[in-house]
Write a protein that binds this ligand. Structure first.
Ligand SMILES: [Ca+2]
Length: 481
């Protein structure tokens, strides 16, 4: 599609939305709060996702030591969700849920395996591209290797820069990255380590010149600059503060430990904090760029993380209380593995300093984008648009009956969040009838008291949800399939 100016685009979307009868932000839509006849602009959308950043790693979520002033400012100027969940407790499935609007009981990719998105998979980027948006992704993809049907350019993105492969993305000083379908050589030199299920290279640099995160920060600014005159969607899939798993306990690679170099902490903890503060500074630069280009009021910015904090590369999630009040960390289906920060900012439209306990998840992003731009979301997805909550109309918000996760490592796990209740089942591979642990998050957010014995009716309901939510998949069998 030819790029449109903002004015042409708004005209087009007005027609599309009216003819599709989709819910939208246009005049006549309930509670839009604008004068009749006043045109409403669908926003640019910037979705920033950190990698393995914990629920407790940001100041606005209770972090006391690591400095995140710019991200905290996003929350001061926007809305903070207390009960938002990632798609999964590890990278690839989380990203698949985000892109396609399905939870891991229905998604194509339900674990960290080398599976490519298919041409038939409908991504949020394709929907936004069809709606006239210029679409870009910078950072880490993980949903298809070079030449496969899964690469970003074949899944709705006009522009792509970063790592296709997740193991490749462990190393922050890679020898190359991808720009669209072209391999871009970098000045780093790397001892490649081939390994893992997908036999792809990770590695540790022997010559460190270009830090990939810094390239991503520049690429993000460049993409916004190039698209300042047309509607755009930028998916900024940042790679820090993940560890370089191939670098042992030196895995928290960052060019400088500032502003924590002189702290009396172990180096991996300095690295963890320095990565987060570095990322925070780049979020600040991106926000400044939006202001400089006059796009501040036209742009919805979202910030989140793809799963809970890790205990890799020498990092210790207890050191900074990276999970906050939540139990456990990455790879668990306890809250610490899957509940993540979610901040949304759109000046003039989202109430500054607001907080929502709406229960939501990564698979809600696709239908949220659809509602924002006034196109119909695909039938049968698991996501529910968060737009009513974001725009201050909580009475119109459709609630999830429940959220569901399944995880195919460490004996296989399932979990359900249903209102205040949380059910977790471990060791599903051993026995699909393993007893379900039950927690009441309202008075036990740390999942410390299993109350399954007292509420057998709730446990039975959660068990039904676990059955109903899982569609068998040859790549992702649960026990007995
Ligand atoms: Ca991750």
């Amino acid at each position: 599609m030819v790029k449109q100016t903002r004015r042409e685009f708004i005209k087009l979307i007005g027609l599309t939305a009216a003819s599709a009868g989709a819910s939208c932000l246009l005049p006549g839509c309930a509670g839009a709060g604008r004068m009749a006849g006043e045109q409403e602009d669908p926003p640019n959308i910037i979705y920033i996702m950190a990698d393995d950043l914990g629920y407790g790693d940001l100041g606005c979520y209770g972090q006391k030591i690591i400095k995140t002033l710019n991200i905290d400012k996003l929350a001061e100027e926007g809305m903070r969700f207390t009960d938002h969940y990632s798609g999964s407790t590890v990278c690839a499935p989380s990203r698949c849920c985000l892109m396609t609007g399905f939870h891991t009981g229905h998604a194509l990719i339900r674990g960290n395996a080398n599976i490519a998105l298919r041409p038939s998979d409908v991504t949020v980027a394709e929907l936004l591209k069809d709606a006239g948006y210029s679409t870009g992704i910078v950072g880490k993809w993980g949903l298809g290797e070079a030449d496969s049907t899964g690469i970003p350019n074949r899944q709705g993105f006009d522009y792509w820069f970063g790592y296709l492969n997740q193991r490749h993305a462990h190393n922050y000083y890679p020898a190359y990255l991808w720009r669209n379908e072209e391999k871009v050589e970098l000045k780093n030199e790397v001892n490649h380590v081939i390994g893992g299920q997908d036999r792809t290279p990770g590695g540790v640099a022997t010559k460190r010149v270009e830090y990939s995160h810094d390239l991503f920060a520049e690429e993000a600014l460049g993409f916004v600059e190039r698209n300042k005159d047309n509607p755009f969607f930028l998916y900024l899939a940042l790679t820090i503060p993940h560890a370089n798993n191939e670098a042992g306990n030196k895995g928290m690679e960052v060019p400088s430990l500032e502003p924590y170099a002189d702290e009396d902490w172990p180096d991996p903890q300095k690295g963890h904090a320095a990565m987060i503060t570095r990322m925070d500074g780049d979020v600040g630069r991106l926000m400044a760029k939006l202001k400089e280009l006059g796009l501040d009021n036209d742009t919805l910015v979202m910030f989140t993380s793809d799963n809970g904090p890790h205990k890799e590369g020498g990092a210790d999630p207890t050191f900074f209380n990276s999970s906050g009040p939540l139990k456990s960390y990455k790879r668990a289906l306890y809250e610490g593995g899957i509940r993540v920060p979610m901040i949304v900012r759109w000046p003039g439209r989202i109430e500054a300093g607001s907080v929502s306990d709406h229960i939501s998840a990564f698979w809600d992003f696709l239908p949220t984008c659809c509602e924002l731009v006034g196109v119909k979301a695909p039938e049968g997805i698991d996501g529910v648009s968060m737009v009513p909550t974001m725009l201050g109309r909580p009475g119109e918000q459709r609630e999830h009956e429940y959220l569901y996760w399944e995880f195919h490592e460490q004996g296989k796990r399932q979990a359900v969040r249903m209102g205040d209740w949380k059910g977790v089942r471990q060791n599903v591979a051993k026995d699909p009838g393993e007893p379900i642990e039950l927690y009441n998050l309202k008075n036990d957010i740390g999942e410390t008291r299993n109350v399954a014995a007292r509420y057998s009716g709730i446990v039975a309901k959660i068990e039904e949800c676990m059955k109903a939510a899982h569609t068998p998949s040859e790549n992702w069998p649960l026990s007995g399939e």
